[in-house]
Ligand binder design. Structure first.
Ligand SMILES: [Zn+2]
Length: 303
């Protein structure tokens, strides 16, 4: 079975390496806002299980990491999700507004420069998954990864285009305008179907619900060593215990619930690594059934 190296924050899956690239280590969200179905009593009980790194036992704030994954195969370097980004105006979201984070340094730590990246795959087009798609040069937002083809689900892109067409204000705190449209304009974007083979051993799959075109990425061969980069199918470890809880950010709470439960059921008890976009380290690994819900094998991510 694969074994995550916490010193290098990376792991080998056969001939493919996956590393984590952190943009923001811990952002706090009130549990009552993030999970409308959860009661304070349930969150308090889960704070005992997961510890203060994941849940503040007094304020009941839930801590989310914002990170990308970098995949290195023999022939390609692929970035999955582009986090929050630097210097972006995000009115209404103070945590992300005009910030400067360690993303590029952490990319270097994984032995990768922006120009090395062949593909950028966004699991979906929310502001915290597209930010580093672009950087500001001479007052203009241009693709950060000059040699990359950017992969967006067509269904996802079209949904947000329609939302923008119906709105007088910039959608998603402005990220569609400064982090998606400049990539489209540059000609570096490819709109893909939900099921798409990026390269051998790298396959996207639809995982609708959180957003209408949300995707996960399978890395490696399912029959052998295998990982699933699952984006926002889950946001926080409390959803292992309560897979029925969808977040306030899910476009379709019921579809998100079904997708999440289906994914966890499918890989429970296997060696497949589940790699979410927002679990704090070391909250990623294989999962197994645990009563009503699930847990990471060996209690990974629990105190
Ligand atoms: Zn997210």
């Amino acid at each position: 079975m694969a074994d995550w190296n916490h010193e290098t924050d990376s792991c080998s899956f056969g001939a493919i390496d996956i590393g984590r690239v952190v943009d923001m280590a811990a952002g706090g969200f009130p549990a009552s806002m993030l999970y409308p179905d959860a009661t304070p009593e349930e969150i308090t009980a889960l704070s005992q299980r997961f510890g203060p790194m994941h849940i503040n036992p007094e304020s009941l704030e839930l801590y989310l990491s914002f990170h990308a994954y970098i995949i290195k195969t023999e022939n390609h370097t692929i970035l999955v999700d582009a986090c929050i980004g630097d210097g972006k105006d995000r009115p209404g979201r103070d945590m992300w507004n005009n910030r400067s984070g360690p993303f590029l340094d952490n990319l270097t730590r994984q032995g990768v420069t922006p120009d090395d990246i062949d593909f950028v795959m966004c699991t979906h087009l929310h502001a915290d998954h597209v930010g580093w798609n672009t950087k500001k040069v001479n007052g203009e937002w241009v693709p950060t990864f000059a040699n990359a083809q950017y992969l967006f689900a067509e269904r996802e892109y079209k949904f947000w285009e329609e939302c923008q067409a119906k709105s007088d204000d910039p959608i998603m705190y402005g990220s569609h305008a400064d982090s998606v449209l400049p990539v489209m304009k540059s000609g570096q974007a490819l709109l893909i179907e939900g099921n798409h083979e990026i390269a051998t051993g790298l396959n996207t799959e639809p995982a609708y619900g959180h957003t209408p075109g949300n995707m996960v990425l399978h890395v490696g061969e399912a029959a052998k060593t295998h990982a699933v980069i699952c984006g926002d199918v889950m946001h926080h470890p409390v959803q292992l215990a309560h897979p029925e809880w969808s977040t306030c950010f899910c476009e379709d709470a019921q579809e998100s619930r079904e997708t999440r439960t289906g994914l966890l059921d499918r890989f429970a008890g296997s060696d497949t690594f589940i790699l979410p976009a927002h679990f704090q380290s070391p909250g990623y690994g294989p999962v197994e059934k645990d009563g009503h819900g699930f847990r990471m094998k060996d209690g990974i991510g629990e105190k």
